[in-house]
Design a protein around this ligand. Sequence first.
Ligand SMILES: Nc1nc2c(ncn2[C@@H]2O[C@H](COP(=O)(O)OP(=O)(O)OP(=O)(O)O)[C@@H](O)[C@H]2O)c(=O)[nH]1
Ligand SMILES: [Mg+2]
Ligand SMILES: [Zn+2]
Length: 292
Amino acid sequence: MQGKILKGISGFYYVHIAESGIYECRAKGVFRQQKMKPLTGDLVEIAVINEAEKTGNVEKILPRKNELFRPAVANIDMALVIFAAASPQPNLNLLDRFLIRMRMQHMPVTICFNKMELLTEQQRTGLAQIYEGCGCPVLFTSAKYKEGMDTLRQALAGKTVAASGPSGVGKSSLINLLQPQALMETGEISRKIERGKQTTRHTQLIHIEGNSYIMDTPGFSSLFLPDMEKEELQQYYMEFAQYEPQCRFQGCSHISEPDCGVKDALAAGRIHPIRYENYKLLYEELKSRRKY
Ligand SMILES: Nc1nc2c(ncn2[C@@H]2O[C@H](COP(=O)(O)OP(=O)(O)OP(=O)(O)O)[C@@H](O)[C@H]2O)c(=O)[nH]1
Ligand SMILES: [Mg+2]
Ligand SMILES: [Zn+2]
């Protein structure tokens, strides 16, 4: 039987089989035969040991489409990056860093601004405009008022998606709405049991419906810019590309050169100033990074 690993905990793998549910499996022999450890997200073949107790053994790991690190997970089709539209204020520099990382790994991203009810219609439009040209769809949700959920479901349909974003933005709350049986622990609950700020501690995949899965991950508060030359950064700001042919200098960094097509587009309001500002900040960061 073929299924998908939802999580692995100390040598046990929880494998979801579409027709029959979740099996608790060991992975005897797999490592020896394939020289690899099963990962969350792996498609595997299992042999059932006991149907009534829903136990089995992972016999084979099917070829991986991709592999992400931190969190370690295989076969992700899309990253859903969730930020709060407000409370906490979205850190757009952090969002840009995330987008760059994902593009480097050729991972498609959908941006979701949750807590949309905290913004006026006009503010939402303003926020969406910043990312209009970035190559990623932007959607808005409110887990609190169950708004935008149909659009979110459509974006996830048939995919295995990793939800990520800072702590407290509502990742677990949204997943609980998508799959009420998931019972992800949310900030509301952890406040009652007086834990620290971060509520979700483990990585696991949750089956939503059909062939849709979503992974809840612990929130992050900072991201190190991946190693690259500062000259490479502009390729991650997709909205710059169409204006580059108008730059006078080849290899223009769009920062201090004269006759720059990108800066002209910025002045004409065709490139968003917030994206450009973050480009400049990240460029400076790469420039000052120590080279070994
Ligand atoms: N106003 C408002 N609050 C929300 C919304 N969605 C979630 N919250 C609240 O935001 C807080 C954090 O929600 P969580 O779902 O735990 O956030 P998380 O992203 O999973 O956080 P970590 O697990 O720490 O990474 C909770 O108090 C939620 O009730 C929303 O749409 N609007
Ligand atoms: Mg959480
Ligand atoms: Zn330029």
